[in-house]
Ligand binder design. Structure first.
Ligand code: GLN
Length: 281
């Protein structure tokens, strides 16, 4: 079978499970070929594939066909130009989160103290530490796996000396520490509980529900974190959230009713209000 034939055949097979079947096939094939560039695939489109390459490919293809996300099959995902190891038990980094990082690296500079609520893969923690090279980040998560994966990603991206991981249910681990921060950042679970069953199979059957379930109206964590946040924020500090596609207004209201000032939102690449920021003035 040639590369072209393989792409045609297997892309068709993924149409019901994936929004990007061809891209998925190309990503799996480039891994099977030993992590070649996708350009290589197109330069060699009529090349005959050896049997062992085809076998490597179909092994991964079968996992994808079952609904497993590409990032869990390959074990990594790019975010903010950095490479993140991912595995089941941590939410896969999404482009939806990049506008939050972009905004924060515009606002801040210097030796700031950051706390990230909900480590996940470490995407927010590690990219802030990387692009704010004098910052220090405390990264909190209730689950074990994110703390382990986050630490691995901090190490791999050369920021481990400025990042600390701690098991914590929101702020619980630092309750009596007296610690205060310049920035509290979070991409909390924000899917309405009712909506979880309607998510794509690759999300609801493979990604951690704990990282998705935001309670009845999806806003539980915004209310809880915001209510507690001021105790941990310096005067002039910032609270910054990623929010669900229709939550910017309600989350802004939550910030307002907790006394936050200069509240504003930022859009993602699809034009959706994705970031909500408030100041503790
Ligand atoms: N953006 C994720 C999704 O829709 C949800 C992440 C979250 O709940 N924070 O799949």
């Amino acid at each position: 079978m040639t590369i072209r034939e393989l792409i045609t055949k297997y892309s068709a097979g993924l149409e019901d499970i994936s929004d990007t079947p061809r891209l998925d096939v190309e990503m799996l094939l480039s891994r099977a070929l030993g992590d070649v560039d996708r350009i290589y695939i197109h330069m060699n489109i009529d090349k005959e594939l050896e049997e062992d390459i085809q076998n490597k490919f179909t092994k991964m293809y079968d996992m994808r066909k079952d609904g497993r996300p590409i990032a869990y099959i390959l074990g990594n995902r790019e975010f903010m130009g950095l490479d993140f190891h991912v595995e089941e038990g941590v939410l896969i980094p999404r482009p939806d989160t990049e506008p939050l990082i972009e905004e924060l690296i515009e606002i801040f500079a210097g030796r700031i103290q950051i706390v990230d609520i909900g480590t996940g893969s470490g995407a927010i923690t590690v990219s802030l530490a990387k692009y704010l090279p004098e910052s220090r980040v405390l990264s909190l998560d209730i689950s074990d796996k994110p703390l382990e994966v986050g630490a691995r990603n901090a190490e791999a991206n050369g920021v481990a000396d400025r990042v600390q991981f701690l098991q914590s249910n929101m702020f619980s681990a630092i309750e009596n520490s007296g610690m205060v921060f310049d920035l509290i950042v979070s991409n909390p679970p924000y899917i309405r509980r009712e909506d979880i069953k309607g998510l794509q199979k690759q999300v609801k059957d493979f990604e951690p529900i704990l990282a998705l379930d935001g309670g009845t109206d999806g806003l539980d964590f915004y209310r809880d974190i915001t209510r507690e946040s001021k105790k941990y924020l310096k005067k002039g500090g910032i609270l910054a959230y990623e929010v669900g596609h229709d939550q910017a207004e309600e989350v802004s209201e939550i910030l307002k009713s907790n006394g936050y000032k200069k509240i504003y939102t930022k859009k993602d690449l699809s034009g959706i209000d994705r970031v909500v920021i408030g100041h503790n003035l």
